[in-house]
Design a protein around this ligand. Structure first.
Ligand code: TXA
Ligand code: MG
Length: 329
């Protein structure tokens, strides 16, 4: 059972748990968030684990102020104007990620863009307190509706987390609106708590809806963020010229001839493997080898999302993933 603390007395305990790498439930003005330090890969892996999500999708990162946001992402003038007017509040901006930012790649699923927002109230204060951005999807298990009260969060995922901060019912009750400035236009990626009309009134342009397949939800492209190398799953041996992405303590045949070798988790810990996945695929790719062999990885717990991502990486490139389950937040 999670400890439940009212916002008036939760700050120190919430900060302590977040800095220790826990995922905890906190109130925002939209819905309760399942929050973790966005710079800590294993903490972010705990979010996916707790939600029981069958796949990884990019998470929104929450900041305490515009300065923190500008250290993470590059703001064009229109995005900055929207932030100045609508923050703190239920508007999320998708922006180019700064290369030097310390956001863990599991948060963005390795994309070069990031979704950012500044929440109202306790959440912003908490982020300022720890001085780190928080990755936070809604605090519900995958496929369930978003929690808008501490009691709903407790019933759903209370047995899996250590702390729920109780801020009462969330005033907005639906997730934030997500937009992306694209040249002179703005794309609506997800309708939510900030009305499209309010954004249009400030921007002076109509929001573009729908649009290019796969762009709205970057993770939906089957080959989204595929490495350059072809990916060979459930490999039982390493063939000449291949790199090897390993898991656990037992090695497959031919490991010694791998062009490059990285082990997602020598101890077989799926949380550690999730945290390393995007970085290691990148690093093996950087070796220039044309095929990456991947050892079998268990399909339980976080292993399902890890295998889903590897399957996408192994798929023929740029096919919409209609055959894959849709992501749920
Ligand atoms: O109201 C909210 O936004 C809540 C509260 C807790 O703040 N948070 C929330 O976060 O809904 P989350 O992580 O579930 O939102 C994820 C969605 C993804 O499904 C995706 O559509 C979008 O944010 N997203 C994240 N990163 C993106 C990116 N780089 N490009 C496009 N969309 C992105
Ligand atoms: Mg959700």
């Amino acid at each position: 059972m999670a400890e439940i603390l009212p916002i008036g007395s939760a700050m120190a305990e919430a900060a302590r748990r977040l800095l220790a790498g826990e995922a905890i439930a906190i109130p925002t003005e939209t819905v309760y968030g399942l929050a973790a330090d966005a710079t800590n890969g294993e903490a972010v892996a705990r979010i996916f684990e707790t939600k029981g999500r069958p796949r990884f999708n990019p998470l929104i990162s929450h900041v305490s102020d515009l300065g923190m946001a500008e250290r993470i992402a590059l703001f064009d003038p229109l995005s900055r104007k929207l932030a100045e007017i609508f923050w703190p509040g239920p508007l999320t901006l998708v922006l180019p990620l700064r290369k030097e930012s310390r956001i863990h790649p599991l948060v963005t699923t390795g994309l070069d863009t990031i979704a950012l927002r500044m929440p109202v109230g306790f959440a912003s204060g908490l982020i300022a307190e720890i001085g780190r951005p928080l990755a936070a999807p809604s605090a519900n298990s995958s496929g369930r509706i978003s929690g808008t009260t501490a009691e709903a969060v407790e019933r759903d995922i209370g047995s899996k987390i250590g702390l729920i901060v109780d801020g009462g019912p969330t005033p907005v009750g639906i997730e934030s609106t997500i937009v992306k400035v694209d040249g002179a236009g703005i794309r609506l990626l997800r309708p939510g708590g900030t009305p499209a009309e309010a954004i249009e009134a400030i921007a002076g342009v109509r929001l573009e809806r729908g649009g290019k397949a796969g762009v709205e939800a970057p993770g939906m492209l089957l080959s989204h963020y595929a490495p350059k190398a072809a990916v060979r799953l459930d490999a039982e041996d390493v063939r000449p010229g291949e790199t090897l992405l390993a898991f656990g303590s037992k090695r497959i045949e031919g490991t010694e001839r791998a062009a490059a070798f990285l082990n997602l988790s020598p101890s077989g810990d799926l949380r550690e493997a999730a945290a390393n996945l995007f970085t290691y695929m990148h690093r093996l790719d950087a070796s220039g080898a044309t095929v990456m062999a991947v050892e079998p990885i268990p399909r339980s717990g976080l292993g399902e999302a890890i295998n889903d991502r590897l399957k996408r990486a192994a798929a023929p490139r740029d096919m919409p993933s209609r055959d894959m389950p849709r992501s749920r937040s």
